[in-house]
Design a protein. Structure first.
Length: 250
């Protein structure tokens, strides 16, 4: 049983071409001082955001990209859209998704994992109240600028969101089948039918479906926390063929 109606969210030249259940999300060449995004999702962007997906849930799709090394970020799965447009943290991030970031990003979220690349990833920050996170997020940004304290702050933050990741070694320009099976006690990621990651303690609250390509970059390492954009010199796209976005009873 399909339970989502997809909407387009397009920013500064981003556009989507559709043929049946196949979508091509496209962004144009863009300067480093401008944000561009081509996105499919199933939620309203006005605050407060409300999301319809919760476990048990299954996402299965085929995807390929225009480049093996995209500039910016791209991906698909479920998240709680915890940021404002200026990068401010509105609530603690939660996601179960496949996520790509180019080397301009340094998102060292899970201990011992690279800060960029193509990953199966889970975060569960749902235990923190929204109001607390908005205030604590501002303080956290300041703490990360203080030598010797920043490393401890990042270690604490990683533990708080139960970050789990697995790297993908895959030709992104070729078609592959990706699956997220989001259950109440665990989430399972598969690539071409092969299990990549089984992560306990996933989010139990509602999340929104999202698939996107943009020119974002972000840093959340031991001594820095910031958001900006990446200059892109070529048109980039990600093509999706959605096979299933279903609840666990479908």
């Amino acid at each position: 049983m399909s339970i989502t109606v997809l909407r387009e969210h397009l920013v500064n030249g981003g556009h989507i071409e559709r043929a049946g259940n196949r979508y091509r999300l496209i962004i144009p060449p863009t300067s480093a001082d401008t944000y561009t995004d081509a996105q499919l999702d199933d939620y309203e962007h006005t605050l407060p955001r409300r999301f319809a997906n919760h476990p048990p849930q299954r996402l299965c799709l085929r995807a390929r990209c225009s480049h093996q090394a995209l500039k910016g970020t791209a991906g698909f799965g479920f998240w709680n859209h915890p940021f404002s447009r200026d990068g401010s943290l509105l609530e603690s991030p939660s996601n179960v998704w496949f996520f790509y970031s180019s080397p301009e990003s340094d998102l060292q979220v899970a201990r011992g994992m690279p800060g960029h690349g193509f990953k199966a990833a889970m975060l569960n920050g749902g235990q923190w109240p929204k109001g607390f996170v908005a205030v604590a997020g501002r303080a956290f940004n300041l703490v990360l600028k203080i030598p010797f304290i920043s490393a401890l702050a990042m270690t604490t933050a990683r533990a708080a969101v139960n970050a789990r990741e697995a790297m993908l070694d895959v030709d992104m320009t070729a078609w592959h089948e990706y699956e997220v099976e989001w259950l109440p006690e665990t989430v399972i990621f598969r690539l071409d039918g092969r299990e990549l990651l089984r992560a306990p303690g996933p989010p139990r609250g509602s999340l929104g479906f999202v698939a996107w390509v943009d020119n974002y970059r972000a840093t959340a390492s031991s001594g820095e926390y910031q958001f900006a954009y990446v200059r892109t010199t070529e048109t980039q796209w990600m093509e999706l063929e959605i096979l299933a976005i279903m609840d666990g009873n479908g």
